[in-house]
Design a protein around this ligand. Structure first.
Ligand SMILES: *Cc1c(COP(=O)(O)O)cnc(C)c1O
Length: 329
């Protein structure tokens, strides 16, 4: 059973009526030490791979917990969103929106096709989504008016669902992590490491950790070269989400979202979005020994970064948390 009351509502009851939440997965997700992995035995995993009750899991489901109530609140029966061929976001949207009686149309651009993408295309076909293969970003933009009319002026969501409302999913995950630290499940981590595809996960973690009063930094491992995902973009999204919370009545003091608490790196991107890297494959092999199944597009690259940060002295011996955002079934 999914949890009934999110941390965000527990801490800010003033948001219960103004920012509705639809439970789609079970929290808190496990926080486990990756024994024997890395150099100092201080790598942990916040395992969101099992988050989601509806046929696909991972980080996108957390975003949909806040997005789908907004879709319903606007009386919309159809979502239009975009992604690449192997889109985890499009699949999660199609599956969880369908449960709410909402249809999904997808405009998909090309990405390198491998086994992993082929399997995803089969799942997409079975999800009931209407798929338009627009091939390039330019053609997607050119076809946008046609798509809006064709689908009856749908609720539009950008790639990855990284709107301020979607970003609340990882504000919630960070508050969950902070509650786990408070309960003594682990000491306060020096950093959380996540893949960055559209930014909502990293921005939400940053905002949530600051809201919770932790000093934990966010290491944002950029795996997508087709969207603006620099530090200012991610901080901008976190600020936009902070404004959303305040506009819905949340009461909290000023937050410092800058000051080096976000570390953005493109070092593990390789040739670009969807192009696997040797470092990613090597990291995925290490992860298998710890019981993690990683994907080549996002989590393998982020885990490669986590291993490098673990081997480096910059965080001393303090714990580092890798967020497993990949939720295959
Ligand atoms: C989408 C995705 C990410 C990136 O999350 P964003 O919020 O889009 O930055 C990371 N891992 C997996 C498996 C994803 O599908």
């Amino acid at each position: 059973m999914a949890e009934s009351r999110p941390e965000l509502h527990r801490r800010h009851p003033e948001l219960i009526a103004t920012l509705p939440h639809l439970p789609l997965g079970a929290g808190p997700t496990p926080l486990t030490r990756l024994d024997g992995v890395g150099s100092r035995n201080r790598l942990w995993c916040k395992d969101d791979s099992g988050f989601g009750d509806g046929g696909w899991g991972g980080n996108k489901v957390r975003k949909l917990e806040w997005i789908l109530p907004d879709v319903a609140g606007r009386g919309s029966r159809r979502i239009l969103t975009v992604g690449a061929l192997g889109t985890n976001w499009g699949l999660a949207t199609a599956l969880y929106a369908r449960e709410q009686g909402v249809g999904t149309a997808l405009a998909l651009v090309d990405q390198p096709v491998d086994e992993h993408v082929r399997a995803q295309l089969v799942r997409l076909r079975e999800s009931g989504a209407t798929v338009h293969r627009t091939h390039t970003k330019a053609r997607t933009i050119a076809f946008a008016p046609w798509l809006f009319v064709r689908h009856g002026f749908p609720y539009y969501l950008p790639a990855g669902g990284s709107t301020p409302i979607g970003t609340l999913g990882y504000v919630e995950a960070a508050l969950e992590l902070a509650a786990q630290v408070r309960r003594g499940e682990m000491p306060e981590p020096a950093a959380v490491v996540t893949a960055v595809g559209s930014g909502g996960t990293a921005a939400g973690l940053l905002l949530g950790l600051r809201l919770a009063g932790l000093r934990t930094r966010v290491v944002a491992v950029v795996v997508n070269d087709t969207l603006p995902l620099a530090e200012r973009d991610l901080i901008g999204l976190a600020r936009g989400t902070e404004r959303l919370l305040r506009s819905r009545g949340a009461r909290f003091g000023p937050l410092d979202l800058g000051s080096g608490s976000l570390i953005v790196t493109r070092r593990w991107l390789g040739r670009g979005y969807g192009h696997p890297t040797a470092e990613g494959f090597a990291a995925a092999r290490v992860a298998v020994e710890a019981g993690l199944t990683l994907d080549p597009v996002y989590t393998a690259k982020a885990f490669a970064a986590a291993l490098a940060f673990d081997a480096h002295p910059m965080f001393g011996d303090a714990p580092i948390v890798f967020v497993d955002t990949y939720g295959p079934r």
